[in-house]
Design a protein around this ligand. Structure first.
Ligand code: SF4
Length: 248
């Protein structure tokens, strides 16, 4: 099995390279079902706030969820509209998000993203200066993704977060946990660049299973399949994991 994805990434390597091959759908389903037994099916309705999701994702870089959320709340309290955040002196934004770390870089990135959204005249009838990405779910998914990737510093993971969490569209963010667990389970090619990992995750994820597979792989990475010392002896997926022996 294998082939080329919609975005052109080749997903398989010749077996003679002694390497990875894309998993069969039946195997993906077995893993999905086992994760479901352990973690359940996540229930998160799309929140329809794409700009908030973008900013949250910028704030999440190099920090934990708690600090990210504190920074986000402080920003929203200090400047309740995204237009205010865009137009504020940089130092005020930096101060508001300080608890999230590397606030100098993040504040500049946030304002650059908001300005780029302002410059886009795609939404007919939009008030000049008003920020909106409400048109995203009304265009083809590939167009929406491509647009997000033109925003400053926005890569595949951030674009996928916006498409999936804001609108429930078909994309799967591959963060460090998902790539590590997916690689160990043989779902993803270990060491592959993130562009390829995103294409591969999309190709293997059953339609309408995007949120579930993302969230449950992430939970498994946080709770059991740790980066340094995965708890293989307690792992519910141990019998189907080709990497288990590496850590015994
Ligand atoms: S068996 Fe070990 S390496 Fe494999 S998924 Fe479980 S914790 Fe991770």
């Amino acid at each position: 099995m294998g082939g080329v994805t919609a975005t052109g990434t080749k997903l398989t390597r010749p077996r003679s390279a002694g390497a990875w091959a894309a998993p069969a759908q039946a195997r993906v389903k077995r893993i999905r079902d086992r994760l479901r037994e352990v973690y359940g099916v996540p229930l998160m309705a799309p929140h329809e706030h794409p700009i908030a999701e973008l900013i949250l994702t910028v704030l999440s870089q190099s920090t934990n969820d708690r600090n990210r959320d504190v920074a986000f709340l402080r920003l929203r309290t200090a400047m309740p509209t995204w237009e205010q955040v865009r137009d504020a002196p940089l130092g005020q934004v930096e101060e508001a998000i300080r608890p999230g770390g590397i606030s100098k870089v993040k504040s500049a990135r946030i304002q650059a993203i908001l300005r780029a959204i302002s410059d886009d005249a795609r939404e007919p009838g939009r008030e000049p200066g008003r920020l909106s990405l409400d048109w995203l779910p009304r265009v083809e998914l590939a167009e929406a993704r491509e647009y997000l990737l033109t925003l400053p510093g926005v890569g595949r993971k951030t674009a996928a977060c916006v498409l999936l969490f804001a609108y429930g569209l078909r994309d799967v963010p591959v963060d460090t946990h998902v790539s590590r667990v997916g690689g160990r389970l043989g779902l993803l090619r270990g060491g592959a660049p993130f562009e390829e990992l995103h294409d591969a995750m999309l190709a293997l994820t059953p339609p309408r299973g995007e949120l579930e597979l993302h969230v449950n792989l992430l939970r498994h990475g946080r709770r059991t399949c740790h980066a340094r010392r995965p708890a293989c002896r307690e792992c519910a997926l141990a019998r189907m994991c080709p990497s288990r022996r590496l850590f015994d």
